[in-house]
Design a protein around this ligand. Structure first.
Ligand code: NI
Length: 170
């Protein structure tokens, strides 16, 4: 297993739409294991494959931290959402930025496990918020896109500094 580097905003690869997984082979197994190791190593609650520069529809979550096993979602789809709320989010790809996002706090998800077996699950609270945030990543969307106009305005200089740093490093 290997700990993978996490892409940071504004890396353009974070904006790609990830491809569905069609082959449940050794490569996928390796990717899933590396995502889990990277999730644990960074003490974060969710990580998607495009964040480690592999644009495939895979995400791992562990909203309760080390208290439970990381959950693996391959090709996740939200079938239904309910019970909306405002939650404070952050993202390993956008360090030092937090903001409130409107999310469903109850979702019905369909996905496949690492072997390709389909499952459905009803998620609530942080589990629900986390999978929505990760599915956004699979669609090239970041939580900062969902912030209010005023929050975006407040974060503008901080985000611009990240763009400058990225451009200087490139
Ligand atoms: Ni994120």
């Amino acid at each position: 297993m290997a700990r993978l580097e996490i892409l940071e905003y504004p890396d353009p690869n974070l904006r790609l739409t990830s491809e569905p997984v069609t082959r449940f082979d050794k490569n996928l197994e390796r990717l899933v294991n590396n995502l889990v190791e990277t999730l644990d190593a960074n003490s974060i609650i969710g990580l998607s494959s495009p964040q480690v520069n592999v644009p495939q529809r895979v995400a791992v979550t562990n909203p309760s931290g080390g208290a439970s096993e990381p959950q693996v979602y391959v090709n996740p789809v939200i079938i239904s959402k309910s019970t909306w709320g405002i939650v404070e989010e952050s993202c390993a790809s956008i360090p030092d930025v937090v903001g409130n996002v409107i999310r469903a706090t109850k979702v019905h998800v369909r996905a496949q496990d690492r072997h390709g077996d389909a499952f459905e699950r009803v998620l609530t609270d942080m589990d629900a918020v986390c999978i929505q945030h990760e599915i956004d990543h699979l669609n090239g969307k970041l939580f900062i896109d969902r912030l209010s106009f005023f929050r975006k305005l407040a974060l503008r200089s901080r985000l611009r500094a990240k763009v400058r740093r990225h451009n200087n490093a490139a």
